[in-house]
Design a binder for this molecule. Sequence first.
Ligand SMILES: NC(=O)c1ccc[n+]([C@@H]2O[C@H](COP(=O)([O-])OP(=O)(O)OC[C@H]3O[C@@H](n4cnc5c(N)ncnc54)[C@H](O)[C@@H]3O)[C@@H](O)[C@H]2O)c1
Ligand SMILES: [Zn+2]
Ligand SMILES: [Zn+2]
Length: 347
Amino acid sequence: MFAYTYIEKGNFAMTDKPKPQLIDDNDAIVRVTLGSICTSDLHIKHGSVPRAVPGITIGHEMVGIVESIGKAVTKVKPGDRVTVNVETFCGECFFCKHGYVNNCTDPDGGWALGCRIDGGQAEFVRVPHADQGLNRIPDTVTDEQALFVGDILATGFWAARISDITPEDTVLIIGAGPTGICTLLCVMLKHPKRIVVCEKSPERIDFVKKHYPDVSVVQPSECKDFIMRCSEHGGADVVIEVAGADDTFRMAWECARPNATVTIVAMYDKPQILPLPDMYGKNLTFKTGGVDGCDCAEILSLIKKGEIDTTPLITHRYALREIEKAYHIFENKLNGVIKVAIYGERL
Ligand SMILES: NC(=O)c1ccc[n+]([C@@H]2O[C@H](COP(=O)([O-])OP(=O)(O)OC[C@H]3O[C@@H](n4cnc5c(N)ncnc54)[C@H](O)[C@@H]3O)[C@@H](O)[C@H]2O)c1
Ligand SMILES: [Zn+2]
Ligand SMILES: [Zn+2]
């Protein structure tokens, strides 16, 4: 089958691999009907994910149809249309029981798919712990509507959940890339008093203005002044950093009011500085981490009810065979791309 593979630093290529087989009783084999490319795939390509294993098939954003299941799988059956979670997790360890599935201690726990074990930019994928990582897609929800549930939408949902947003809050979201927009959609569900999005790219500023007219959008250069002017207590009540640029960590805490929550979703290429003397008296709460993607059933039901719609994010569509082209567009942010959808092909 076609499998887009991490060859070595700087090099991904389409390879021919055997169709994956069930290995464990908790596995499922899923035929990938639709997948996508994530910024984290680019981090692997650029060599900034040391645990990524050369030779593995890339891809951790996908939906598909269950082909076969191991003896212990009970929640899905062959023929079911499912979302696949970026994280595989056992559901039984200390961290899983507390909902911190990103820290699952199982050997396959956490972000393994498309990083440490073969992922989904392929015709088929083996999903360990299938009862945990697969969710049935309601019949009225299309593959495109469900595409981001297991990864960037789970991330936005998690970020909004841990940020403790109230209806009185002014929420600042830094970065309107695909993950920032998913975060915006989930913050909107909390109905804060005001949402401000800070973004650098004119195309993405236009995208937010067009699709979410109730949201204020600012450039980085005007962000701090704007936030100070529109908030009553010297800054945003909640700041969510989803840009990951050189100066956005500093911008995040500088725009926060005293005693605010600052949630760091972004992954940085370099260590960041926490200048505690400059921050004395701000009494901030920082929340950091990788997504705990365990709310996929709830997210799917919100999509079914029409409360979350990520389909406008899909700006480009390709077949798996053409994935090189899709990478070129996504990596270089060409032609107004937000996300690409990669359609699977049958053997
Ligand atoms: N914590 C997690 O589990 C998790 C999950 C998914 C993504 N992420 C991270 O979230 C970040 C965003 O992901 P993405 O896929 O949306 O990537 P992206 O690169 O498409 O988005 C980043 C956005 O920030 C904007 N930006 C850059 N500099 C800025 C500045 N100074 N002010 C405001 N905006 C600025 C860019 O124009 C871009 O639109 C990345 O760092 C990614 O690795 C983390
Ligand atoms: Zn991802
Ligand atoms: Zn676990």
